[in-house]
Design a binder for this molecule. Structure first.
Ligand code: CP
Length: 306
């Protein structure tokens, strides 16, 4: 079903296709030997034009656990992009050598362009402030595993909602599920872009924009914290003014529901105090692990070995 397909935006896959990936990821999680050697002889190109820890390493771990191999670069300075090679040509080259490409790029739309120049699947590992669909698969699987469902809850997105590609992708993806209310908590300078709000309005999703996290805590089932991203600001003074505007600490957690789950795509800086890590409702490290399982499910599916 997913063999040979690219993933540029979350909507590239249907709800049913995503469900099949979640089922497969859960099967892999339960039986660590399942699909162990299924990608032997296959090559994954990881082309990272921007820094990454989780996405790159979890894709590489996923491919290695499936018995396949990886090649690529972790920063553009070590590729011929630094000599002026176009993205289209870099992608054509990677498509000569590998069976699938995972790419992160600071430019919005780069993944779509790459998919058009490639005759092998291209997976968007983040394109600027636009989308990060495999983080969305990770987030949805985490919600499903920890709450048993992807419906009928209130999610609070907090922090940098303007540049936060993980927020954009997850909000769009959740708009396809039932009875999900969204609270967008940010300073006025970092509100959700209008194009995402239009999608939500068109789908009659119930949402509100707010500035106060503490007051919102009692209403939230899933809290999605995000980092204020220094690399997306044009003005350092604006970043310094806004960077610590939300800090989730034990005091705020005390106002949260007993069955709350706290997610964060990571990396975090100051927006979640370390003291929160010991709270059983903190799920962000488990979330990162689910990311590897869902990426194993994705790779084995698009490579057609399952
Ligand atoms: N969540 C995420 O994309 O993390 P990295 O930037 O470390 O890949």
């Amino acid at each position: 079903m997913l063999k040979g397909r690219s993933l540029v935006e979350p909507e590239d896959f249907s709800i049913e296709e995503m469900d099949s990936l979640f089922s497969l990821a859960e099967k892999i999680e339960k039986d660590q030997k399942y699909l162990r050697e299924s990608c032997r002889g296959k090559l994954l190109a990881t082309l990272f034009f921007e820094p990454s820890t989780r996405t790159r390493l979890s894709f590489e771990a996923a491919m290695l656990r499936l018995g396949g191999s990886c090649l690529g670069f972790a920063e553009p300075g070590s590729s011929s992009a630094s000599k002026g090679e176009s993205l289209a040509d870099t992608i054509r080259m990677a498509a000569c050598y590998a069976d699938a490409i995972v790419m992160r790029n600071p430019k919005e739309g780069a993944a779509l362009l790459a998919s058009r120049y490639s005759d092998i699947p291209v997976i968007n590992a983040g394109d600027g402030g636009h989308h990060h669909p495999t983080q969305t698969l990770t987030d949805l699987l985490t919600i499903k595993r920890l709450t048993g469902k992807i419906e009928n809850f209130t999610i609070g997105f907090c922090g940098d909602l303007k540049f936060g590609r993980t927020v954009h992708s997850l909000a769009k993806a959740l708009s396809r599920y039932n009875k999900i209310k969204m609270l967008f908590i940010s300073p006025s300078e970092l509100v959700l872009p209008d194009y995402i709000k239009s999608v939500l309005k068109n789908k009659n999703v119930e949402f509100e924009e707010r500035e106060n996290l503490e007051k919102s805590m009692p209403e939230i089932d899933v809290l999605y914290m995000t980092r204020v991203q220094r690399e997306r600001f044009f003005n350092e003074d604006d970043y310094i003014r806004l960077k610590d505007i939300y800090v989730l600490n034990s005091e705020k957690m005390a106002a949260g529901r007993e069955n709350l789950i706290v997610l964060h795509p990571l990396p975090r800086v100051n927006e979640i105090s370390i003291e929160v890590d010991a709270d059983p409702r903190a799920a962000y490290f488990a979330q990162a692990k689910y990311g590897m399982y869902v990426r194993m499910a994705l790779l084995s599916s698009i490579l057609g070995v399952v």
